[in-house]
Design a protein around this ligand. Structure first.
Ligand code: GLP
Length: 241
């Protein structure tokens, strides 16, 4: 793992955007895996600015989001589709047909998951996957537990995640209990991975992810097995390394 420690969140966001811009500038039709959460917001802002300044062109880029809450209406302000539209998609020249995110409601979950994986595969897999990390070590919504899943699937959120994500909802009860998430396989098959973390609250899980044993109890620790991972941290998130 290539670990880079940046001074603060602003620097981390700039560096993250630079890495993504380099990918897109080298391969105009890059397949990007996108993440939500508060961590990548700065990166999306930087990328939108670069687009405004004519430094990056998303017209041929294809994106696949990691996950989506299950059961929320599509236009719900806490759905990840809404987040993506609000914070990134509407700010750059991505083509509508090139923006992909798992469905928030579907008649046939199994089929929708299978089709999502097939679509990623049909484009040749993800070139660069952006990841945040949950305080419990989840990536996407691959939660800690006895086993991990390779493929896109309906995941049950842990109590820890429901509590962590309740800050965006009126109360804990309003947080969806399930989500459709890419599995560990789609993430691990990405050619490159960019993991972002900032703040003291992520220091311990970052230590376990980078220096700890590889265990399903810390899904992000699996990234130690990937040949091309860059971890961008601010000084706070790196403080326990
Ligand atoms: C959510 C998402 C993850 C994200 C994590 C961390 O649960 N499913 O993809 O990485 O939260 O969020 P934050 O960046 O807000 O700490």
């Amino acid at each position: 793992m290539n670990v880079l420690v940046l001074q603060d969140y602003a620097e981390l966001s700039k560096k993250g955007a630079m890495i993504i811009a380099e990918q897109v500038n080298n391969k105009k039709d890059s397949i990007l895996g996108l993440a939500t959460g508060s961590t990548p917001l700065g990166v999306y802002k930087e990328l939108a600015q670069m687009y405004e300044q004519g430094k990056i062109d998303f017209s041929k880029v294809i994106t696949f989001n990691l996950d989506e809450y299950y059961g929320l209406p599509e236009n719900h302000p806490q759905s990840y589709r809404y987040y993506m539209e609000e914070n990134f998609w509407s700010k750059v020249n991505l083509q509508d047909e090139n923006k992909h995110i798992p469905p928030s409601i579907t008649d046939n979950i199994e089929l929708a998951c299978k089709e999502y994986d097939e679509l990623i595969e049909s484009h040749g897999g993800i070139d660069l996957q952006i990841l945040g990390i949950g305080p419990n070590g989840h990536i996407g919504f691959n939660e800690p537990g006895k086993e991990l899943y390779a493929k896109t699937h309906l995941a049950k959120l842990t109590q820890n995640t429901i509590e962590a994500n309740s800050r965006f909802f009126p109360d804990k009860e309003s947080v969806p209990k399930n989500a459709i998430t890419m599995g560990m396989g789609s993430i691990m098959k990405s050619k490159k991975i960019l993991l972002l973390a900032n703040g003291n609250g992520k220091a311990e899980i970052i230590r376990k992810t980078i220096k700890g044993q590889i265990t399903t109890n810390v899904p992000a620790s699996m990234l130690q097995l990937h040949p091309n991972v860059t971890v961008l941290l601010d000084e706070k998130a790196a403080s326990k390394l």
